[in-house]
Design a binder for this molecule. Structure first.
Ligand code: TNX
Length: 530
């Protein structure tokens, strides 16, 4: 009897102890790694000012970024030191690890991170960084193996509707990097401002980067403008600096030059780009304007090729975004040049004229050794088999394109527009464009929904978008991005590993991480508001 009691007591102790042990050492990583092994009572690796990062291959950038991040988190006097040999955090590559993946072994003496590439090392260090903050430098010993679900993990940033400084863009890149995002889709031109220096056409920024004022409110009451000029642009030198900054964080910047619509700022600078060559302003209102580039005149094509030549020179990205969305055809219908082009090319209508323009531009991009990506309207005018399609008007465009064999990026508006409200009541959110996308909705999203088995292979990734009509400063942008980006990162990196039962506790830890980074995070999810 006594023995039986002993057994029961012992069994009870194990039952009670085990879950506690598991929670004590189990790190809360976002996005969720593929595999983790952590045991209670294990030793810790102490991260201190004296910890060195030993770089075996060439991943100096990753190591340097990590060294500085740790300095900031722990208020150290200087960044951690990098070295070629010694003990500490050892990083190296191994081609047997998946390209963007990594393995990490943590013991009391050292941390060994083996990346499938330098990017893999970077992601391993991001995971280690989250653990360093969670455990205040006392990192539990254990093992992690990790790799992403999607190759394309994108976030978009519209700097046309409101301009954001070089430092703001770098801060945005920092936030993406911490979420293992690897593409920044940079929306550089639109009706309300042209934001990138093009040497061949200085007017684009001299005249097209500044609007006289901005609409107040939603446009239901369009008598109200703020009377304040708004503008700004990036010099080519600044662009190169930002591209390099992103590269150091394994983020490829995909530049977007909008054509033939969403181009009123360019038309203001260079009126001959339009059909009727009338002077238009840099738009002070939001929405879709009828003032678009003329698709009939050869000078438009020359212009686009010249601009793209400089853009391609600045951005090493394989994908170049040409916009292609929301282009009303009113002007084309009345334009002798457009009508002549339709006739000469044997096209049926204006929709096909847009298809002609896009196909011709794609040919040019391919001739430069790159690939074209566009919003899903590029499907409407008959798309080539080689274009990559960004599905934003729901999921239909993406499914259609994938079934035809085109590669697609899924970014349906109802789930991926981070300029939409985060709560139903909208209380305390300030004026936003509309919509409703709470954290939970993003986290639960299945980007493959509606795709056949074969078509799934064509989904190269997913993206969330930050349109800035109503986002005037970085603090607000951050609040729209966080915490929803954490949910998006789980979809991008860990699609098959999402778990409704653990995400909330992981997010509480992530919130502390955001605090430690000094990033502005919206409170709604944590307050239980949807
Ligand atoms: C649609 S998405 C747009 C943008 C707007 C956005 C506002 C897309 C290709 N076009 O021009 O900023 O909605 O949510």
């Amino acid at each position: 009897m006594r023995r039986l009691t002993q057994i029961i007591v012992a069994a009870f102790a194990i039952i009670v102890a085990l879950p506690m042990a598991a929670t004590a050492a189990q790190p809360h990583i976002i996005p969720e790694p593929s595999y983790m092994e952590f045991e209670d009572g294990a030793d810790v690796f102490s991260l201190t000012q004296n910890t060195k990062i030993i770089v075996y291959d060439d991943a100096w950038d990753s190591a340097a970024v990590f060294a500085e991040d740790i300095q900031k988190h722990f208020n150290l006097k200087r960044p951690l030191r990098l070295a070629k040999r010694g003990n500490g955090i050892k990083v190296r590559t191994d081609k047997f690890v998946p390209a963007e993946g990594y393995e990490m072994t943590i013991n009391a003496k050292e941390v060994i991170i083996t990346g499938g590439s330098e990017a893999g090392i970077f992601y391993g260090l991001q995971t280690l960084r989250q653990m360093a903050v969670e455990f205040n430098g006392q990192i539990p010993c254990g093992y992690i193996a990790d790799e992403p679900s999607f190759a394309y993990r994108g976030v978009h940033f519209d700097v046309s509707r409101h301009f954001f400084s070089v430092d703001d863009v770098k801060r945005y890149i920092d936030i993406l990097a911490a979420h293992k995002v690897n593409r920044l889709h940079w929306h550089l031109t639109d009706d309300q401002g042209w934001r990138i220096e093009i040497k061949r056409y200085p007017e684009l920024t001299a005249k097209g980067s500044m609007r006289s004022e901005t609409l107040v409110g939603h446009g239901l009451n369009p008598e109200k403008w703020d009377g304040t000029p708004h503008g700004g642009y990036y010099t080519q030198e600044e662009v190169r600096d930002i591209v390099r900054y992103a590269e150091q964080r394994y983020i490829t910047i995909i530049p977007e030059i909008e054509m033939p619509g969403h181009a009123q700022a360019a038309l203001h600078a260079l009126p001959w780009l339009g059909c009727n060559e009338q002077i238009v302003d840099v738009w002070t209102t939001w929405g879709v304007t009828p003032e678009v580039m003329c698709a009939g005149k050869e000078t438009t094509y020359e212009f686009l090729e010249n601009v793209l030549t400089e853009v391609i020179d600045l951005f090493p990205s394989e994908l170049i975004h040409i916009g292609g969305d929301e282009c009303p055809k009113d002007r084309w219908k009345e334009c002798e040049h457009c009508q002549a082009k339709i006739k000469a090319e044997g096209l049926e209508n204006e929709e096909q004229l847009q298809g002609y323009l896009v196909a011709r531009i794609e040919k040019f991009i391919i001739s430069k050794g790159r690939k074209m990506i566009g919003w899903d309207e590029i499907l409407d005018g008959g798309v080539t088999p080689t274009a990559t399609v960004m599905s934003w008007r729901g999921i239909k465009g993406g499914i259609y394109a994938a079934e035809r064999g085109n590669e697609v990026v899924m970014t349906p508006m109802t789930l991926c527009y981070f300029n939409f409200y985060q709560t139903e009541s909208r209380e305390g959110e300030g004026l936003q464009i509309g919509g409703h996308i709470p954290f939970e909705m993003v986290y639960a999203w299945d980007p493959y929904a509606g795709f056949s088995e074969e078509a799934k292979d064509k989904v190269i990734g997913v993206q969330c978008n930050m349109w800035t009509e109503y986002l005037k400063d970085m603090a607000t942008v951050e609040k729209m991005l966080l915490p929803r980006l954490a949910a998006m990162a789980e979809v991008q990196w860990a699609t098959e590993r999402r778990d409704e039962t653990t995400i909330r506790s992981k997010m509480e830890v992530m919130r502390e991480f955001y605090n430690s980074c000094g990033w502005n995070c919206a409170p709604y999810y944590f307050d239980g508001r949807k």
